[in-house]
Write a protein of this length. Structure first.
Length: 256
C-alpha cells in the first residue's frame, strides 16, 4: 500500500482560470515561480530534468522508452502539472507533478544536448533539446501565462523567430522587473538563459516591492482561458486530464 499526501487544491491552471482575466496577481505569480524554480534547482543538482524525456536519456525508472509524440504530450512544466496543496482562497503552496517521463541526464554535460520528444508545443523550447535550459524555458512561458493570461508564442516556429511581446496593457500593471525576468528566461539561445539556481537570485524575486504577500481571495468567475495576443481570452487548446495515482511531487516552500 502506498500512502501519499493529500493535495486538495486541484491544478494551478484551474486556479488561474478562476481569477479575473485568467491571470494571477504579480505577487501570487512570484510565489509560484519561486517554488517551481526551487524545485527545479534541486532536481537539476541531481541531474534530473522534468520535461519530456529524450529518446536516448536514461528514464528515472531504469528503462529505455521509445515514445511517440502522443505519449510525450503533456509531460512538461506548465500550470496543469503544478498542484495546489490547499483549496482556492487559501495559502498558495505548489507541488511540481507528473514525473512519468522525467529523465536522468549524463554526468558529462557535453552529452546532455540530445533530441527531445515534443511536449506541449507552446511550452517547448526553440532548440527542442533535452537539457536543464529546456526546463528553464518552460518556467519562463509559465511565468508569462500567469502574469498575462496569454501564451508568449502561438507555435514552436514563432518561438524560434520571434521575441515575446510585452506591449499588452496588462503588463503595464506589473513592476518593471517582471518582463525583464520573463525575457531572460525566454532567451532563444539556451546558453544565455539563467540556470534555475541563478533565476532564483533575479531581482524580480528579491525586490522588496515584489515580495509575496498573503493572497486575497478574489471573486471567482466562469473560466475563460489562454491564447496569444490578448489579456482576456479563450483557451482553445485546453486538454482536461486527471493525474494518475502515484504522482511524484517536489515541494519547495516559499520564503517566509
Amino acid at each position: 500500500m502506498l500512502v501519499q499526501e493529500a493535495v486538495l487544491g486541484g491544478d494551478l491552471l484551474e486556479r488561474v482560470l478562476a481569477e479575473r482575466d485568467a491571470r494571477l496577481a504579480e505577487r501570487e505569480a512570484i510565489i509560484v515561480v519561486e517554488q517551481v524554480l526551487s524545485a527545479l534547482s534541486w532536481l537539476h543538482s541531481k541531474r534530473i530534468i522534468h520535461g519530456c524525456a529524450p529518446a536516448y536519456a536514461s528514464p528515472l525508472y531504469g528503462v529505455i522508452v521509445r515514445r511517440s509524440p502522443m505519449n510525450a504530450r503533456c509531460r512538461d512544466i506548465k500550470p496543469e502539472n503544478m498542484l495546489c496543496c490547499f483549496p482556492y482562497g487559501q495559502r498558495l503552496v505548489i507541488k511540481l507533478a507528473d514525473f512519468g517521463l522525467a529523465s536522468l541526464l549524463p554526468a558529462d554535460e557535453s552529452k546532455t544536448a540530445i533530441p527531445l520528444q515534443m511536449g506541449s508545443e507552446q511550452y517547448s523550447p526553440p532548440e527542442a533539446l533535452a537539457s536543464y535550459a529546456a526546463d528553464v524555458w518552460a518556467v519562463g512561458v509559465t511565468a508569462y501565462v500567469l502574469l498575462s493570461g496569454t501564451f508568449p508564442f502561438a507555435s514552436l516556429p514563432d518561438a524560434r523567430r520571434l521575441s515575446p511581446s510585452f506591449a499588452a496593457s496588462c503588463w503595464q500593471r506589473h513592476t518593471a522587473l517582471a518582463p525583464i525576468f520573463v525575457r531572460a528566461m525566454l532567451q532563444r539561445d539556451p546558453a544565455e538563459r539563467p540556470t534555475a539556481a541563478q533565476a532564483l537570485q533575479h531581482p524580480w524575486l528579491q525586490h522588496p516591492s515584489s515580495r509575496p504577500a498573503a493572497p486575497q481571495r478574489k471573486r471567482a468567475r466562469a473560466p475563460s482561458g489562454l491564447r496569444v495576443g490578448s489579456c482576456s481570452n479563450v483557451h482553445r487548446r485546453r486538454v482536461r486530464k486527471r493525474l494518475p495515482v502515484g504522482v511524484v511531487g517536489v515541494e519547495a516552500s516559499p520564503k517566509p
